[in-house]
Design a protein. Structure first.
Length: 64
C-alpha cells in the first residue's frame, strides 16, 4: 500500500488494528470466563467480511 501510495492506507491500518484488538478482547474474555458469546464473534466476523474485506480490501485491487 505504501509502495503504491494508496490513499486509504491509514484507514486500512486502523481497521486492521481494531480487528486485532477485538480478537485480543475475545481471547481475554475466554481466558476469564471460559467462553465467548458465539453470536458476538459471528457478528464481528460477518461485519469484518462484509464491510472491510468486500469494500475496503476490494479497493486494493485497483492499485498497482
Amino acid at each position: 500500500m505504501l509502495k503504491h501510495q494508496y490513499s486509504g492506507y491509514e484507514e486500512q491500518r486502523n481497521e486492521h488494528n481494531q480487528f486485532i484488538d477485538r480478537l485480543f478482547e475475545a481471547q481475554k474474555e475466554y481466558s476469564k470466563h471460559g467462553r465467548v458469546t458465539s453470536v458476538n464473534i459471528y457478528n464481528f466476523v460477518w461485519d469484518w467480511f462484509s464491510q472491510h474485506i468486500l469494500i475496503l480490501d476490494k479497493q486494493l485491487s485497483k492499485i498497482g
